[in-house]
Ligand binder design. Structure first.
Ligand code: SF4
Length: 293
């Protein structure tokens, strides 16, 4: 393996293509899980809503229309090979500019508030930061988690994350003596109490370990990465999925026994005095994809 170069233009095209793919088309896994849920579901209202979700997915893919009016916040986990040289720009600016172009190209809703406090501050009216026109040149705000890895490739895991689902996440700093039952109760409770707000059926990402902020990132990473092969965690994921679907409020928080489609857990080492646990929820639109460049 030797040193490689990749141009900003190539990364830009890949990011625009990835956003175009996920804004209008569910992942094959999402479609399979929704169809399997429809086959299992007994409640008539829940079945009707699942059929509507599948029809919406089909129309969006056929007509290249966004899966949802909330076109989301772009979140990117990037793994940059130590033997890869990017020419013509730096990664955050390349992705930001690509996102701005994609938002215009695919007519995506302008969903980012440049000032999180909005009208609660005394911004002069003429400031008007972040209009669509301005972003075409200055780039779109997005979230980047950047890791350096061995090799000469750049791997990008991308998601368009809706606000409704994102708002339902939670983090708890457990006492290290907490039982597995207490941890699982917290995860189940977080999803059940979210009700219809994250547009169920949902995908549930769980982070266990690390520290306060890395645990939350781990929970989101669990939503984007391919499944792992750790048997203990797989058993815990299945147990949590069953418990959520037993206690949850069902499709769109209204009916049936399909509240979640998948639970994914990632863990990492943590301080002996800590046991952080975070839950990040994604809706049935679940707009995620990966690119290796
Ligand atoms: S949570 Fe998902 S499906 Fe619901 S409004 Fe937001 S993006 Fe759309």
């Amino acid at each position: 393996m030797g040193l490689r170069t990749v141009s900003a233009a190539e990364i830009r095209e890949q990011v625009i293509g990835a956003i175009g793919e996920i804004c209008c088309r569910p992942t094959p896994e999402t479609a399979d899980l929704l169809r399997a849920a429809l086959n299992r579901e007994k409640d008539e209202l829940a079945r009707d809503m699942l059929q509507s979700i599948l029809l919406n997915h089909q129309i969006a893919a056929e007509e290249a229309l966004p899966l949802c009016q909330d076109t989301g916040l772009l979140v990117v986990f990037a793994e940059l090979g130590s033997e890869l040289l990017i020419t013509g720009g730096i990664l955050p600016e390349i992705i930001s500019a690509a996102a701005a172009s994609a938002w215009q190209k695919f007519y995506l809703r302008d969903s980012i508030a440049p000032d999180p406090l909005r009208g609660k501050t005394l911004l002069p009216p003429e400031a008007k930061p972040g209009s669509s026109a301005a972003r075409a040149t200055s780039g779109l705000p997005f979230i980047l988690h950047l890791d350096q890895v061995a090799g000469n490739r750049l791997t990008l895991h991308l998601a368009l994350k809706g606000g409704g689902a994102e708002n339902c996440g939670a983090l708890q700093m457990f006492n290290p003596g907490a039982s597995l039952g207490e941890i699982e109760d917290f995860i189940v409770r977080t999803v059940v109490e979210a009700g219809g707000k994250p547009c169920p059926p949902v995908f549930v990402g769980v982070g266990i370990g690390g520290d306060f902020e890395s645990c939350a990132i781990l929970a989101k990473r669990a939503l984007l990465l391919p499944p792992h092969n750790e048997p203990d965690l797989q058993r815990m994921e299945r147990r949590l999925l069953d418990r959520i679907n037993l206690r949850g409020h069902g499709v769109m928080g209204c009916a049936g026994s399909t509240t979640a489609l998948r639970v994914s857990i990632l863990t990492r080492p943590c301080h002996i005095a800590s046991l952080p646990v975070a839950v990040n929820i994604d809706c049935h639109a679940h707009r995620v994809t990966s690119r290796v460049i």
